[in-house]
Write a new protein. Structure first.
Length: 73
């Protein structure tokens, strides 16, 4: 999911720091970003929280900044 990489970089996290926050190996994050492997369902809510986005943004169903916009209104 290239989206994970874009979101991760937009919040200034390294693969290693994201992996530590989720309790997975850095290589797991790399697979999510490059090989089309998706995170397990139980990791999705925490991943969205760490990346400061909605679950829909993770799956490309809404723009990246949508959560921020909603919380400011």
């Amino acid at each position: 999911m290239e989206t994970i990489k874009q979101l991760r970089e937009s919040v200034g996290l390294s693969q290693d720091s994201l992996a530590k926050g989720l309790g997975v190996d850095r290589s797991t994050v790399a697979k999510w970003e490059t090989s089309g492997v998706y995170p397990r369902g139980d990791k999705i809510p925490e991943l969205a929280k760490l990346l400061r986005c909605t679950i829909d943004a993770l799956y490309g169903r809404e723009p990246f900044g949508a959560e921020d916009k909603d919380t400011r209104e």
